[in-house]
Design a protein around this ligand. Structure first.
Ligand code: PEP
Ligand code: MN
Length: 447
């Protein structure tokens, strides 16, 4: 489009002006010739105005490569080129737009700058050039995603900076208002802090039913429980599979709870979707992109745990893989990351909660059980997570944790969970949120 505009401005406009002059010379009435010339003038002003305003916007919007703000130095010398066809290093990404700045070396030659511009154009990008006293920066915009490393390796390039987040659909820039994931009458990401609780794994009918009854009584809205377990050791209990799902569903239904359970592989999706209301993607599978892509087409929400060593950006990019498939119901879950510290199983990254709430519109829940790895610290972390703004919690509770087949040490006794819920009922209103108040009324807690 842009190129065509300039071709129009430079070729068509003078032609119209010349036609006006010729017509006048040929004896056509003066006013007709003047009308044609005026049209030519107006059209040319339109195009020149567009060109210069785009150049000014480019010059002032660009960060100075030296960290100084000197917009006056930036003489804008704008090249705007239509994106061509997709090339090696670019790919179509739904809803994404490249927005990068290429900072040239202070001593980059004109030939190097031209060659970088040519390469960007070849990759289908629009390029806006701004040259300051000491260096040149190129703003690169396009409807295709560009691999920054392809540009970093070019001669004369100092750095390629991303000026928008690499994830789009998950970002607040894309969707400023909070996403609320709805499961029946349960709303995750709204005013109410939603608590999911239950055993690490389903073991027996009695264990699942007793635990579901206990967490319901305390105020949980969603039963958690694993049927397919990702265990570090192949000799540990691996879960009961479909039998476990059946037990969990019947206990959830008996208590009027929703159900969340872990999916480890695409082959399990079809089975799990028949029993559960929410898929859990565990920390070890946060980068299982085949699974994430498939869940992008699933009909039920996905709780995506942060990977054991994942940065927040990697975590949000994984969420993006689900969102890109069309499933908008993604819930993020901070569950602790691996650090140099050995006193706790993981380091519960409490600051990740406000960071992610700022970067993304998706609900964020916290898993203090896997964060601490010890039941005597779960309540403290759970309280902190709610205070810091988590939209919910997912907590391991077992009716007899000392005899649990998985994660007994981090599973709370029902009485501990009960007390924690009572404490959360004091914390949540202090930050303007609610948390399952119906159980309070029923039990008459006064604190
Ligand atoms: C779990 O929820 O039982 C679990 C295995 O969690 P994570 O993936 O966080 O380790
Ligand atoms: Mn567990």
């Amino acid at each position: 489009m842009t190129n065509q505009r300039f071709v129009f401005a430079w070729l068509v406009v003078p032609t119209l002006a010349a036609a006006g002059a010729t017509l006048e010379a040929a004896g056509t009435t003066h006013s007709f010739a003047a009308a044609i010339a005026t049209t030519a003038l107006v059209v040319s002003f339109y195009f020149f105005d567009r060109k210069s305003s785009s150049a000014v916007a480019t010059g002032t919007a660009l960060p100075n490569p030296l960290g100084e703000t000197r917009p006056a130095d930036l003489k804008s010398d704008t090249a705007m080129i239509d994106p061509g066809s997709a090339n090696e290093g670019t790919w179509e990404a739904p809803g994404t737009i490249s927005d990068e700045v290429v900072v040239m070396n202070a001593r980059a030659t004109e030939a190097q700058i031209d060659s970088v511009i040519s390469r960007l154009i070849e990759l289908g990008m629009d390029v806006h050039r701004s040259s300051g006293v000491t260096s040149t920066v190129l703003r690169v915009v396009g409807a295709l995603k560009i691999d920054p490393d392809l540009i970093r390796i070019l001669d004369g390039v100092y750095e390629v900076l991303q000026i928008a987040e690499p994830y789009k659909l998950a970002s607040r820039t894309f969707k400023p208002e909070d996403t609320v994931v709805t499961v029946g009458d349960v709303r995750i990401g709204g005013d109410e802090v939603i608590v999911m609780a239950g055993p690490s794994s389903a073991e027996t009918e009695e264990q699942v039913h007793a635990t579901a009854a206990a967490v319901k009584r305390a105020g949980a809205k969603i039963l958690r429980g694993g049927a397919f377990k990702p265990r570090s050791s192949p000799y540990s209990f691996q879960g009961l599979g479909e039998e476990g799902l059946r037990m969990l569903r019947s206990a959830a239904d008996a208590q009027n709870l929703k159900l969340i359970s872990e999916v480890m592989d695409i082959s399990q999706i079809e089975l799990i979707v028949r029993y559960c209301d929410i898929f859990e993607v565990g920390a070890r599978n946060m980068q299982n992109y085949t699974l994430l892509r498939e869940l992008g087409h699933a009909s039920k929400p996905v709780l995506l745990k942060r990977g054991i060593s994942a940065t927040i950006e990697e975590w949000l990019l994984s969420a993006e893989s689900i969102l890109a498939g069309g499933n908008n119901d993604v819930i993020l879950c901070e569950r602790g990351v691996r650090t140099f510290e050995t006193a706790t199983r993981n380091t519960f990254d409490i600051s990740a909660i406000p960071v992610v709430k700022k970067l993304s519109h998706l609900p964020v829940v916290a898993d203090p059980s896997h964060g601490a790895g010890r039941r005597d610290m779960v309540a403290q972390l759970a309280r902190a997570a709610v205070a810091v703004g988590a939209d919910g919690l997912i907590i391991e509770v077992h009716n007899d944790p000392d005899h649990a087949l998985s994660d007994g040490a981090r599973s709370m006794h029902p009485s501990q969970f009960d007390r924690l819920m009572a404490e959360l009922r004091i914390i949540a209103p202090a930050i303007g949120r609610s948390i399952c108040l119906d159980a309070v009324a029923r039990r008459g807690w006064v604190r």
